[in-house]
Design a protein around this ligand. Structure first.
Ligand SMILES: *[C@@H]1O[C@H](CO)[C@@H](O)[C@H](O)[C@H]1NC(C)=O
Ligand SMILES: *[C@@H]1O[C@H](CO)[C@@H](O)[C@H](O)[C@H]1NC(C)=O
Ligand SMILES: *[C@@H]1O[C@H](CO)[C@@H](O)[C@H](O)[C@H]1NC(C)=O
Ligand SMILES: *[C@@H]1O[C@H](CO)[C@@H](O)[C@H](O)[C@H]1NC(C)=O
Ligand SMILES: *[C@@H]1O[C@H](CO)[C@@H](O)[C@H](O)[C@H]1NC(C)=O
Ligand SMILES: *[C@@H]1O[C@H](CO)[C@@H](O)[C@H](O)[C@H]1NC(C)=O
Ligand SMILES: *[C@@H]1O[C@H](CO)[C@@H](O)[C@H](O)[C@H]1NC(C)=O
Ligand SMILES: *[C@@H]1O[C@H](CO)[C@@H](O)[C@H](O)[C@H]1NC(C)=O
Length: 477
Protein backbone atom coordinates (compact mmCIF):
# COMPACT_ATOMS: atom_id res chain seq x y z
CA UNK A 1 0.00 0.00 0.00
CA UNK A 2 1.32 3.32 -0.89
CA UNK A 3 0.24 6.58 0.73
CA UNK A 4 0.60 10.17 -0.30
CA UNK A 5 -0.06 13.19 1.93
CA UNK A 6 -0.47 16.63 0.35
CA UNK A 7 0.79 19.07 2.93
CA UNK A 8 0.11 22.34 1.02
CA UNK A 9 -3.27 22.97 -0.37
CA UNK A 10 -2.94 26.60 0.66
CA UNK A 11 -4.44 29.26 -1.64
CA UNK A 12 -2.18 32.13 -2.44
CA UNK A 13 -3.28 35.41 -4.13
CA UNK A 14 -2.12 35.72 -7.67
CA UNK A 15 -3.00 37.78 -10.80
CA UNK A 16 -4.35 36.81 -14.21
CA UNK A 17 -3.41 33.33 -15.16
CA UNK A 18 -3.34 31.55 -11.93
CA UNK A 19 -1.24 28.37 -11.80
CA UNK A 20 -0.68 25.64 -9.24
CA UNK A 21 2.73 24.82 -8.05
CA UNK A 22 3.75 21.25 -7.24
CA UNK A 23 7.21 20.04 -6.53
CA UNK A 24 8.67 23.10 -8.26
CA UNK A 25 6.43 22.81 -11.34
CA UNK A 26 3.64 25.10 -12.55
CA UNK A 27 0.37 23.39 -13.27
CA UNK A 28 -2.51 24.78 -15.31
CA UNK A 29 -5.95 24.84 -13.91
CA UNK A 30 -7.56 21.41 -14.13
CA UNK A 31 -4.27 19.85 -15.09
CA UNK A 32 -3.82 16.35 -13.69
CA UNK A 33 -0.43 14.86 -13.17
CA UNK A 34 0.68 11.50 -11.86
CA UNK A 35 3.18 11.50 -9.07
CA UNK A 36 5.19 8.64 -7.68
CA UNK A 37 3.63 6.51 -10.43
CA UNK A 38 0.71 5.96 -8.17
CA UNK A 39 -1.32 9.07 -7.48
CA UNK A 40 -3.15 11.54 -9.68
CA UNK A 41 -3.10 15.16 -8.62
CA UNK A 42 -5.35 17.86 -10.12
CA UNK A 43 -4.69 21.60 -10.14
CA UNK A 44 -7.66 23.81 -9.32
CA UNK A 45 -7.42 27.65 -9.60
CA UNK A 46 -9.87 30.39 -8.58
CA UNK A 47 -10.57 33.69 -10.31
CA UNK A 48 -9.60 35.56 -7.21
CA UNK A 49 -6.12 34.05 -7.71
CA UNK A 50 -6.16 31.21 -5.20
CA UNK A 51 -5.33 27.58 -6.22
CA UNK A 52 -5.03 24.11 -4.72
CA UNK A 53 -3.79 20.73 -5.70
CA UNK A 54 -5.97 17.78 -4.90
CA UNK A 55 -5.44 14.03 -4.97
CA UNK A 56 -8.14 12.73 -7.15
CA UNK A 57 -7.13 9.13 -7.54
CA UNK A 58 -4.60 6.40 -7.75
CA UNK A 59 -2.81 4.69 -10.60
CA UNK A 60 -2.15 0.99 -10.43
CA UNK A 61 1.29 -0.32 -11.46
CA UNK A 62 -0.19 -1.39 -14.77
CA UNK A 63 -1.47 2.15 -15.36
CA UNK A 64 -5.13 1.75 -14.57
CA UNK A 65 -6.57 4.89 -13.04
CA UNK A 66 -8.83 4.57 -10.05
CA UNK A 67 -10.66 7.43 -8.47
CA UNK A 68 -10.25 8.04 -4.81
CA UNK A 69 -12.74 6.01 -2.81
CA UNK A 70 -13.10 3.49 -5.61
CA UNK A 71 -11.65 0.06 -6.30
CA UNK A 72 -11.01 -1.84 -9.43
CA UNK A 73 -10.40 -5.51 -9.96
CA UNK A 74 -7.84 -6.23 -12.58
CA UNK A 75 -7.02 -9.82 -13.25
CA UNK A 76 -6.78 -11.60 -9.88
CA UNK A 77 -5.86 -8.33 -8.17
CA UNK A 78 -8.00 -5.71 -6.54
CA UNK A 79 -6.73 -2.17 -6.26
CA UNK A 80 -8.46 0.28 -3.98
CA UNK A 81 -7.76 3.97 -3.73
CA UNK A 82 -8.59 4.95 -0.20
CA UNK A 83 -8.90 8.52 0.97
CA UNK A 84 -9.10 9.17 4.65
CA UNK A 85 -10.76 12.13 6.32
CA UNK A 86 -7.39 13.64 7.06
CA UNK A 87 -6.67 13.75 3.35
CA UNK A 88 -4.38 10.80 3.34
CA UNK A 89 -4.72 8.69 0.23
CA UNK A 90 -3.50 5.14 -0.08
CA UNK A 91 -3.35 2.70 -2.97
CA UNK A 92 -4.15 -0.67 -1.55
CA UNK A 93 -3.48 -3.78 -3.51
CA UNK A 94 -5.11 -7.07 -2.61
CA UNK A 95 -5.81 -10.34 -4.24
CA UNK A 96 -8.97 -10.79 -6.08
CA UNK A 97 -11.76 -12.98 -4.72
CA UNK A 98 -10.96 -15.68 -7.22
CA UNK A 99 -7.22 -15.42 -6.79
CA UNK A 100 -5.29 -18.71 -6.68
CA UNK A 101 -3.72 -19.87 -3.47
CA UNK A 102 0.04 -19.78 -2.83
CA UNK A 103 0.31 -23.49 -3.53
CA UNK A 104 -1.18 -22.93 -6.98
CA UNK A 105 -4.65 -24.23 -6.11
CA UNK A 106 -7.50 -22.51 -7.88
CA UNK A 107 -10.16 -20.51 -6.12
CA UNK A 108 -12.62 -22.90 -4.48
CA UNK A 109 -10.41 -25.95 -4.98
CA UNK A 110 -10.17 -28.45 -2.11
CA UNK A 111 -7.14 -30.58 -1.34
CA UNK A 112 -5.67 -32.73 1.37
CA UNK A 113 -2.24 -32.54 2.87
CA UNK A 114 -1.39 -35.36 5.23
CA UNK A 115 -4.38 -35.64 7.54
CA UNK A 116 -5.74 -32.18 6.82
CA UNK A 117 -8.21 -30.84 4.31
CA UNK A 118 -7.92 -27.32 2.87
CA UNK A 119 -9.84 -25.16 0.47
CA UNK A 120 -8.66 -22.24 -1.52
CA UNK A 121 -10.87 -19.41 -0.27
CA UNK A 122 -11.64 -15.93 -1.50
CA UNK A 123 -8.64 -13.76 -2.19
CA UNK A 124 -6.31 -16.81 -2.49
CA UNK A 125 -6.54 -17.41 1.23
CA UNK A 126 -6.00 -21.03 2.29
CA UNK A 127 -8.83 -22.10 4.48
CA UNK A 128 -8.38 -25.04 6.83
CA UNK A 129 -11.48 -27.17 6.55
CA UNK A 130 -11.17 -30.47 8.35
CA UNK A 131 -9.03 -33.25 9.82
CA UNK A 132 -9.11 -36.71 8.22
CA UNK A 133 -8.54 -39.89 10.22
CA UNK A 134 -6.55 -42.81 8.90
CA UNK A 135 -9.81 -44.69 8.45
CA UNK A 136 -11.08 -41.84 6.29
CA UNK A 137 -13.43 -40.31 8.83
CA UNK A 138 -13.58 -36.51 8.65
CA UNK A 139 -13.80 -34.05 11.53
CA UNK A 140 -14.57 -30.45 10.53
CA UNK A 141 -12.20 -27.80 11.84
CA UNK A 142 -13.00 -26.72 15.36
CA UNK A 143 -15.03 -29.80 16.09
CA UNK A 144 -14.54 -33.04 17.99
CA UNK A 145 -15.32 -36.29 16.24
CA UNK A 146 -14.56 -39.99 16.48
CA UNK A 147 -11.64 -41.66 14.79
CA UNK A 148 -11.30 -45.39 15.37
CA UNK A 149 -13.79 -45.08 18.16
CA UNK A 150 -11.92 -42.36 20.00
CA UNK A 151 -12.75 -38.72 20.54
CA UNK A 152 -10.40 -36.54 18.54
CA UNK A 153 -10.46 -32.74 18.37
CA UNK A 154 -9.61 -30.96 15.13
CA UNK A 155 -8.42 -27.40 15.74
CA UNK A 156 -6.65 -24.45 14.17
CA UNK A 157 -4.99 -22.27 16.77
CA UNK A 158 -4.64 -18.50 16.66
CA UNK A 159 -0.98 -18.86 15.73
CA UNK A 160 -2.05 -20.88 12.68
CA UNK A 161 -0.98 -24.25 13.98
CA UNK A 162 -3.40 -27.04 13.21
CA UNK A 163 -3.75 -29.90 15.64
CA UNK A 164 -5.66 -33.13 15.63
CA UNK A 165 -5.48 -34.67 19.04
CA UNK A 166 -7.28 -37.12 21.18
CA UNK A 167 -9.57 -35.39 23.52
CA UNK A 168 -8.06 -37.47 26.30
CA UNK A 169 -4.59 -38.86 27.04
CA UNK A 170 -4.25 -41.93 24.83
CA UNK A 171 -2.60 -43.75 27.70
CA UNK A 172 -5.67 -43.30 29.79
CA UNK A 173 -7.60 -45.76 27.67
CA UNK A 174 -7.72 -49.22 29.20
CA UNK A 175 -7.82 -52.27 27.00
CA UNK A 176 -10.64 -54.73 27.36
CA UNK A 177 -9.62 -58.36 27.17
CA UNK A 178 -11.94 -60.96 25.68
CA UNK A 179 -12.89 -62.13 29.15
CA UNK A 180 -14.11 -58.62 29.86
CA UNK A 181 -11.32 -57.68 32.25
CA UNK A 182 -9.59 -54.31 31.99
CA UNK A 183 -5.88 -53.99 31.25
CA UNK A 184 -3.81 -50.88 31.88
CA UNK A 185 -1.68 -49.23 29.21
CA UNK A 186 1.56 -51.20 28.94
CA UNK A 187 0.15 -54.26 30.67
CA UNK A 188 0.72 -57.65 29.05
CA UNK A 189 -1.98 -60.29 29.17
CA UNK A 190 -2.78 -63.65 27.73
CA UNK A 191 -5.77 -64.08 25.48
CA UNK A 192 -6.13 -67.63 24.27
CA UNK A 193 -2.88 -68.57 22.61
CA UNK A 194 -1.72 -64.99 22.17
CA UNK A 195 0.02 -62.53 24.43
CA UNK A 196 -1.16 -58.97 24.02
CA UNK A 197 0.19 -55.70 25.31
CA UNK A 198 -2.24 -52.88 25.97
CA UNK A 199 -1.15 -49.99 23.74
CA UNK A 200 -2.40 -46.44 23.16
CA UNK A 201 -6.09 -45.83 22.57
CA UNK A 202 -6.96 -49.10 24.34
CA UNK A 203 -5.65 -51.23 21.50
CA UNK A 204 -4.36 -54.63 22.69
CA UNK A 205 -1.53 -55.50 20.30
CA UNK A 206 -0.32 -59.07 19.84
CA UNK A 207 3.32 -59.31 20.87
CA UNK A 208 3.72 -63.09 20.94
CA UNK A 209 2.15 -66.42 21.65
CA UNK A 210 1.45 -68.31 24.83
CA UNK A 211 1.71 -72.06 25.50
CA UNK A 212 1.01 -73.77 28.81
CA UNK A 213 4.26 -75.72 28.76
CA UNK A 214 6.46 -72.79 27.80
CA UNK A 215 7.20 -70.38 30.59
CA UNK A 216 8.04 -67.32 28.55
CA UNK A 217 6.18 -65.55 25.79
CA UNK A 218 7.04 -67.07 22.42
CA UNK A 219 8.15 -64.21 20.23
CA UNK A 220 6.57 -63.54 16.88
CA UNK A 221 8.16 -65.65 14.13
CA UNK A 222 9.87 -67.76 16.73
CA UNK A 223 9.85 -71.53 17.32
CA UNK A 224 10.25 -72.92 20.80
CA UNK A 225 10.79 -76.61 21.48
CA UNK A 226 9.66 -78.07 24.79
CA UNK A 227 9.99 -81.78 25.27
CA UNK A 228 9.00 -83.28 21.94
CA UNK A 229 6.68 -80.45 20.94
CA UNK A 230 7.53 -77.41 18.79
CA UNK A 231 5.48 -74.28 19.41
CA UNK A 232 5.45 -71.92 16.45
CA UNK A 233 4.25 -68.31 16.64
CA UNK A 234 3.97 -66.66 13.23
CA UNK A 235 2.74 -63.47 11.66
CA UNK A 236 1.68 -63.57 8.04
CA UNK A 237 0.69 -60.16 6.80
CA UNK A 238 -1.77 -58.97 9.38
CA UNK A 239 -2.68 -62.48 10.49
CA UNK A 240 -1.13 -64.12 13.54
CA UNK A 241 -1.09 -67.85 14.05
CA UNK A 242 0.00 -70.24 16.74
CA UNK A 243 0.73 -73.87 15.92
CA UNK A 244 2.11 -76.86 17.75
CA UNK A 245 3.99 -79.64 16.04
CA UNK A 246 4.74 -82.97 17.69
CA UNK A 247 8.15 -84.50 17.15
CA UNK A 248 6.93 -87.73 18.73
CA UNK A 249 7.26 -90.81 16.63
CA UNK A 250 4.57 -93.46 16.71
CA UNK A 251 5.06 -95.64 19.75
CA UNK A 252 6.67 -99.02 19.15
CA UNK A 253 7.35 -101.30 22.04
CA UNK A 254 8.62 -104.77 22.70
CA UNK A 255 6.77 -107.55 24.45
CA UNK A 256 7.94 -110.67 26.17
CA UNK A 257 6.88 -114.05 24.88
CA UNK A 258 6.71 -117.04 27.18
CA UNK A 259 5.12 -120.40 26.49
CA UNK A 260 3.03 -118.98 23.69
CA UNK A 261 1.80 -115.96 25.59
CA UNK A 262 2.71 -112.28 25.17
CA UNK A 263 3.41 -110.07 28.14
CA UNK A 264 3.77 -106.31 28.30
CA UNK A 265 6.58 -104.39 29.95
CA UNK A 266 6.48 -104.53 33.74
CA UNK A 267 3.82 -107.25 33.94
CA UNK A 268 4.37 -110.44 35.91
CA UNK A 269 3.10 -114.00 35.61
CA UNK A 270 3.74 -117.35 37.27
CA UNK A 271 5.84 -119.88 35.41
CA UNK A 272 5.98 -123.63 36.10
CA UNK A 273 4.04 -122.97 39.28
CA UNK A 274 7.30 -122.15 41.01
CA UNK A 275 8.50 -118.76 39.84
CA UNK A 276 7.03 -115.32 39.36
CA UNK A 277 8.49 -113.79 36.21
CA UNK A 278 8.55 -110.16 35.17
CA UNK A 279 8.67 -108.88 31.62
CA UNK A 280 11.27 -106.13 31.14
CA UNK A 281 11.47 -104.40 27.78
CA UNK A 282 14.04 -101.94 26.49
CA UNK A 283 13.92 -99.00 24.15
CA UNK A 284 15.98 -100.93 21.62
CA UNK A 285 12.97 -103.29 21.34
CA UNK A 286 14.60 -106.18 23.12
CA UNK A 287 13.05 -107.84 26.13
CA UNK A 288 14.02 -110.17 28.90
CA UNK A 289 12.21 -112.16 31.53
CA UNK A 290 13.38 -111.81 35.09
CA UNK A 291 12.52 -114.11 37.95
CA UNK A 292 11.44 -111.90 40.80
CA UNK A 293 10.26 -114.46 43.37
CA UNK A 294 9.71 -118.17 44.03
CA UNK A 295 6.50 -119.92 44.93
CA UNK A 296 6.55 -122.80 47.42
CA UNK A 297 4.51 -125.97 46.82
CA UNK A 298 1.90 -124.56 49.21
CA UNK A 299 1.64 -121.48 46.97
CA UNK A 300 3.43 -119.01 49.21
CA UNK A 301 5.47 -116.44 47.32
CA UNK A 302 8.91 -115.81 48.77
CA UNK A 303 11.29 -113.23 47.46
CA UNK A 304 14.76 -113.97 46.21
CA UNK A 305 17.25 -114.55 49.02
CA UNK A 306 14.62 -115.56 51.60
CA UNK A 307 13.43 -118.93 52.89
CA UNK A 308 10.31 -120.38 54.37
CA UNK A 309 9.73 -123.50 56.45
CA UNK A 310 6.78 -125.48 55.25
CA UNK A 311 5.95 -128.88 56.79
CA UNK A 312 9.22 -130.76 57.37
CA UNK A 313 10.92 -128.82 54.62
CA UNK A 314 12.57 -125.43 54.26
CA UNK A 315 12.24 -123.71 50.90
CA UNK A 316 14.77 -121.15 49.79
CA UNK A 317 14.58 -118.86 46.79
CA UNK A 318 18.21 -118.64 45.80
CA UNK A 319 19.76 -115.62 44.15
CA UNK A 320 21.80 -115.75 40.95
CA UNK A 321 20.20 -118.29 38.64
CA UNK A 322 17.10 -118.29 40.74
CA UNK A 323 16.08 -121.70 42.02
CA UNK A 324 13.62 -122.90 44.60
CA UNK A 325 15.71 -125.07 46.89
CA UNK A 326 14.11 -127.47 49.31
CA UNK A 327 15.95 -128.58 52.45
CA UNK A 328 14.69 -130.52 55.46
CA UNK A 329 12.90 -128.59 58.12
CA UNK A 330 13.19 -128.83 61.90
CA UNK A 331 11.81 -132.33 61.88
CA UNK A 332 13.08 -133.14 58.42
CA UNK A 333 15.07 -136.34 57.85
CA UNK A 334 18.81 -136.27 57.31
CA UNK A 335 19.93 -137.73 54.01
CA UNK A 336 16.23 -138.48 53.59
CA UNK A 337 16.68 -141.47 55.95
CA UNK A 338 17.74 -140.54 59.48
CA UNK A 339 15.38 -138.91 61.91
CA UNK A 340 16.43 -136.06 64.14
CA UNK A 341 18.56 -137.57 66.99
CA UNK A 342 19.60 -140.68 65.01
CA UNK A 343 23.34 -141.48 64.82
CA UNK A 344 25.13 -143.64 62.31
CA UNK A 345 28.67 -144.53 61.36
CA UNK A 346 30.22 -143.60 58.11
CA UNK A 347 33.87 -144.52 57.53
CA UNK A 348 35.55 -143.91 60.92
CA UNK A 349 33.05 -141.28 62.10
CA UNK A 350 29.78 -141.31 63.94
CA UNK A 351 27.30 -138.78 62.56
CA UNK A 352 24.23 -137.27 64.25
CA UNK A 353 21.04 -136.05 62.57
CA UNK A 354 20.04 -132.67 63.92
CA UNK A 355 17.03 -130.45 63.11
CA UNK A 356 16.79 -128.99 59.55
CA UNK A 357 18.50 -132.07 58.20
CA UNK A 358 21.77 -130.91 59.60
CA UNK A 359 24.31 -133.71 59.86
CA UNK A 360 26.84 -133.27 62.64
CA UNK A 361 29.96 -135.29 63.34
CA UNK A 362 29.77 -136.61 66.85
CA UNK A 363 32.86 -138.79 67.29
CA UNK A 364 35.72 -140.65 65.67
CA UNK A 365 36.06 -144.44 65.82
CA UNK A 366 39.49 -146.04 65.92
CA UNK A 367 40.50 -149.19 64.06
CA UNK A 368 39.92 -151.18 67.16
CA UNK A 369 36.50 -149.66 67.61
CA UNK A 370 37.30 -147.15 70.34
CA UNK A 371 34.91 -144.21 70.01
CA UNK A 372 36.55 -140.88 70.74
CA UNK A 373 34.12 -137.94 71.00
CA UNK A 374 35.01 -134.95 68.81
CA UNK A 375 37.50 -132.78 70.71
CA UNK A 376 38.66 -135.55 73.03
CA UNK A 377 41.52 -138.09 73.21
CA UNK A 378 41.54 -141.78 74.30
CA UNK A 379 44.16 -144.46 74.80
CA UNK A 380 43.68 -147.13 72.23
CA UNK A 381 44.40 -150.81 72.86
CA UNK A 382 47.72 -150.43 71.06
CA UNK A 383 48.84 -148.40 74.10
CA UNK A 384 49.13 -144.91 72.69
CA UNK A 385 46.57 -142.09 72.76
CA UNK A 386 44.52 -140.87 69.81
CA UNK A 387 42.40 -137.74 69.51
CA UNK A 388 39.37 -136.76 67.39
CA UNK A 389 40.05 -133.13 66.35
CA UNK A 390 39.17 -130.57 63.74
CA UNK A 391 42.22 -129.64 61.72
CA UNK A 392 41.85 -126.99 59.03
CA UNK A 393 38.09 -127.51 58.98
CA UNK A 394 38.34 -131.28 58.62
CA UNK A 395 37.81 -133.79 61.38
CA UNK A 396 40.81 -136.07 61.87
CA UNK A 397 41.58 -139.05 64.05
CA UNK A 398 45.22 -138.75 64.93
CA UNK A 399 47.75 -139.60 67.66
CA UNK A 400 47.41 -137.30 70.65
CA UNK A 401 50.82 -135.92 71.43
CA UNK A 402 50.39 -134.80 75.04
CA UNK A 403 48.26 -137.51 76.57
CA UNK A 404 48.63 -138.57 80.24
CA UNK A 405 50.63 -141.68 81.13
CA UNK A 406 49.62 -144.48 83.47
CA UNK A 407 52.04 -146.22 85.86
CA UNK A 408 52.11 -149.98 86.43
CA UNK A 409 50.08 -149.43 89.54
CA UNK A 410 47.47 -147.42 87.67
CA UNK A 411 48.72 -144.02 88.77
CA UNK A 412 48.23 -141.13 86.28
CA UNK A 413 51.27 -139.08 85.32
CA UNK A 414 51.18 -135.87 83.30
CA UNK A 415 53.11 -135.31 80.10
CA UNK A 416 56.74 -134.57 81.11
CA UNK A 417 56.46 -136.03 84.65
CA UNK A 418 59.17 -138.51 85.83
CA UNK A 419 58.82 -141.26 88.39
CA UNK A 420 60.59 -144.44 89.66
CA UNK A 421 59.07 -147.72 88.83
CA UNK A 422 61.07 -150.86 90.00
CA UNK A 423 64.78 -150.27 89.14
CA UNK A 424 63.97 -147.79 86.32
CA UNK A 425 63.28 -144.07 86.12
CA UNK A 426 60.45 -143.27 83.66
CA UNK A 427 59.17 -140.06 82.07
CA UNK A 428 55.76 -139.47 80.47
CA UNK A 429 56.65 -138.79 76.81
CA UNK A 430 54.59 -138.34 73.56
CA UNK A 431 51.29 -140.08 72.82
CA UNK A 432 50.72 -141.05 76.51
CA UNK A 433 53.61 -143.53 76.39
CA UNK A 434 56.32 -143.57 79.14
CA UNK A 435 59.99 -143.87 78.29
CA UNK A 436 62.89 -145.25 80.50
CA UNK A 437 65.38 -142.53 81.03
CA UNK A 438 67.56 -144.15 83.76
CA UNK A 439 67.91 -146.71 86.51
CA UNK A 440 67.30 -146.49 90.20
CA UNK A 441 68.54 -148.40 93.23
CA UNK A 442 67.38 -147.99 96.79
CA UNK A 443 70.08 -146.42 98.92
CA UNK A 444 72.07 -145.48 95.81
CA UNK A 445 69.76 -143.19 93.78
CA UNK A 446 69.45 -142.62 90.06
CA UNK A 447 71.96 -143.88 87.49
CA UNK A 448 72.01 -142.55 83.95
CA UNK A 449 71.59 -144.84 80.95
CA UNK A 450 74.79 -146.67 79.96
CA UNK A 451 76.46 -145.53 83.15
CA UNK A 452 78.27 -147.50 85.93
CA UNK A 453 78.14 -146.63 89.57
CA UNK A 454 80.12 -148.12 92.40
CA UNK A 455 78.72 -148.01 95.89
CA UNK A 456 80.31 -149.98 98.73
CA UNK A 457 81.21 -153.41 97.40
CA UNK A 458 78.83 -153.18 94.45
CA UNK A 459 79.00 -152.02 90.91
CA UNK A 460 75.67 -150.92 89.45
CA UNK A 461 75.26 -150.92 85.68
CA UNK A 462 72.36 -149.24 83.76
CA UNK A 463 72.37 -150.63 80.22
CA UNK A 464 70.42 -149.55 77.06
CA UNK A 465 71.09 -152.00 74.27
CA UNK A 466 68.96 -151.21 71.23
CA UNK A 467 66.14 -150.00 73.42
CA UNK A 468 66.57 -153.09 75.65
CA UNK A 469 66.99 -151.74 79.16
CA UNK A 470 68.84 -153.69 81.82
CA UNK A 471 69.93 -153.00 85.42
CA UNK A 472 72.71 -155.12 86.88
CA UNK A 473 74.38 -155.34 90.25
CA UNK A 474 77.89 -156.86 90.39
CA UNK A 475 80.11 -157.53 93.34
CA UNK A 476 83.01 -155.24 93.04
CA UNK A 477 86.45 -156.96 92.92
C1 LIG B 1 -11.53 33.27 -3.79
O1 LIG B 1 -12.81 32.68 -4.27
C2 LIG B 1 -13.12 31.38 -3.65
C3 LIG B 1 -14.37 30.87 -4.36
O2 LIG B 1 -15.19 31.83 -4.77
C4 LIG B 1 -13.28 31.60 -2.19
O3 LIG B 1 -13.58 30.34 -1.56
C5 LIG B 1 -12.03 32.10 -1.58
O4 LIG B 1 -12.16 32.38 -0.20
C6 LIG B 1 -11.59 33.39 -2.29
N1 LIG B 1 -10.24 33.81 -1.79
C7 LIG B 1 -9.94 34.97 -1.37
C8 LIG B 1 -8.57 35.27 -0.87
O5 LIG B 1 -10.80 35.81 -1.37
C1 LIG C 1 0.43 -22.53 18.54
O1 LIG C 1 -0.60 -22.55 19.52
C2 LIG C 1 -0.85 -23.86 20.13
C3 LIG C 1 -2.06 -23.70 21.05
O2 LIG C 1 -1.95 -22.57 21.83
C4 LIG C 1 0.41 -24.28 20.82
O3 LIG C 1 0.22 -25.58 21.39
C5 LIG C 1 1.56 -24.35 19.82
O4 LIG C 1 2.77 -24.69 20.47
C6 LIG C 1 1.74 -23.05 19.08
N1 LIG C 1 2.73 -23.19 18.04
C7 LIG C 1 3.71 -22.35 17.79
C8 LIG C 1 4.65 -22.68 16.69
O5 LIG C 1 3.85 -21.33 18.47
C1 LIG D 1 9.24 -73.17 12.83
O1 LIG D 1 8.95 -74.53 12.59
C2 LIG D 1 8.16 -74.76 11.43
C3 LIG D 1 7.83 -76.25 11.37
O2 LIG D 1 8.99 -77.02 11.50
C4 LIG D 1 8.91 -74.28 10.18
O3 LIG D 1 8.10 -74.44 9.06
C5 LIG D 1 9.24 -72.81 10.36
O4 LIG D 1 10.04 -72.37 9.29
C6 LIG D 1 9.99 -72.57 11.66
N1 LIG D 1 10.15 -71.15 11.85
C7 LIG D 1 11.27 -70.62 12.35
C8 LIG D 1 11.28 -69.14 12.54
O5 LIG D 1 12.25 -71.32 12.62
C1 LIG E 1 -5.60 -63.42 6.81
O1 LIG E 1 -6.78 -64.08 7.19
C2 LIG E 1 -7.89 -63.79 6.35
C3 LIG E 1 -9.11 -64.45 6.95
O2 LIG E 1 -8.81 -65.76 7.40
C4 LIG E 1 -7.58 -64.30 4.95
O3 LIG E 1 -8.64 -63.99 4.09
C5 LIG E 1 -6.32 -63.59 4.45
O4 LIG E 1 -5.97 -64.11 3.19
C6 LIG E 1 -5.19 -63.83 5.42
N1 LIG E 1 -4.04 -63.03 5.00
C7 LIG E 1 -2.84 -63.57 4.84
C8 LIG E 1 -1.77 -62.62 4.41
O5 LIG E 1 -2.65 -64.76 5.01
C1 LIG F 1 9.24 -100.62 31.30
O1 LIG F 1 8.71 -100.33 32.57
C2 LIG F 1 9.64 -99.74 33.47
C3 LIG F 1 8.98 -99.59 34.83
O2 LIG F 1 7.72 -99.00 34.71
C4 LIG F 1 10.09 -98.40 32.91
O3 LIG F 1 11.04 -97.81 33.77
C5 LIG F 1 10.70 -98.63 31.55
O4 LIG F 1 11.07 -97.39 30.97
C6 LIG F 1 9.71 -99.36 30.63
N1 LIG F 1 10.38 -99.68 29.40
C7 LIG F 1 9.99 -99.17 28.23
C8 LIG F 1 10.74 -99.59 27.03
O5 LIG F 1 9.04 -98.40 28.14
C1 LIG G 1 19.15 -103.39 24.46
O1 LIG G 1 19.22 -102.57 25.65
C2 LIG G 1 19.55 -103.31 26.84
C3 LIG G 1 19.46 -102.34 28.02
O2 LIG G 1 19.96 -101.09 27.71
C4 LIG G 1 20.94 -103.91 26.71
O3 LIG G 1 21.27 -104.64 27.88
C5 LIG G 1 20.93 -104.85 25.49
O4 LIG G 1 22.23 -105.34 25.29
C6 LIG G 1 20.47 -104.10 24.24
N1 LIG G 1 20.36 -105.05 23.16
C7 LIG G 1 20.74 -104.77 21.91
C8 LIG G 1 20.55 -105.84 20.91
O5 LIG G 1 21.22 -103.68 21.63
C1 LIG H 1 23.37 -119.49 35.38
O1 LIG H 1 23.10 -120.51 34.44
C2 LIG H 1 23.92 -120.42 33.28
C3 LIG H 1 23.46 -121.49 32.30
O2 LIG H 1 22.84 -122.55 32.95
C4 LIG H 1 25.38 -120.60 33.68
O3 LIG H 1 26.21 -120.51 32.54
C5 LIG H 1 25.75 -119.52 34.66
O4 LIG H 1 27.07 -119.66 35.12
C6 LIG H 1 24.81 -119.54 35.85
N1 LIG H 1 25.09 -118.38 36.69
C7 LIG H 1 25.15 -118.46 38.00
C8 LIG H 1 25.45 -117.18 38.73
O5 LIG H 1 24.99 -119.50 38.62
C1 LIG I 1 81.41 -150.89 83.37
O1 LIG I 1 82.01 -152.04 83.88
C2 LIG I 1 82.11 -153.10 82.97
C3 LIG I 1 82.69 -154.36 83.76
O2 LIG I 1 83.81 -154.02 84.33
C4 LIG I 1 82.93 -152.69 81.82
O3 LIG I 1 83.00 -153.75 80.89
C5 LIG I 1 82.35 -151.44 81.16
O4 LIG I 1 83.15 -150.95 80.12
C6 LIG I 1 82.12 -150.33 82.19
N1 LIG I 1 81.43 -149.23 81.55
C7 LIG I 1 81.78 -147.96 81.69
C8 LIG I 1 80.95 -146.91 80.99
O5 LIG I 1 82.74 -147.64 82.32
Amino acid sequence: MRTLVLLSSVAILSTLAVKCKYDGKDLENNEVITVQNAFRIKCLTEDNGSWKTEIIGCVTPDGTEINAGEKKEVGDKVHECVKSESGQVSLKESKGRTAACPGGQKHGEQWQEKSFKFRCGDGGVVKFEACVGQDGSVIPAGETGKIGGFDVKCEQHANGTITMQAANDPKSYDCTAKDGSSKKNGEEYVEGNFVRKCGDYGQGKIIGCHAENVGNTIGINQNVTSGDIVYSCTKDGSNYSFKTYSLKKPEVYAMCAHEGKQYKNDTTFISQGSFRMKCVTFKNLTSTLEVISCITPAGVEISIGTQLEEGDKVFECTPGNVTLKSTPGQTGKCRGVYSVGDTWVEDSFRLLCEPYGKVNLKSCISKEGVEIPLGEARRVPAGYAMECVTVNGNVALQTAKTFDCETGTGEIKKFGDTWNEGNFVRRCANYGVSAIIGCYADGVGSIGLNQNMTSGDFLYMCINQNEQFKFRTLKAT
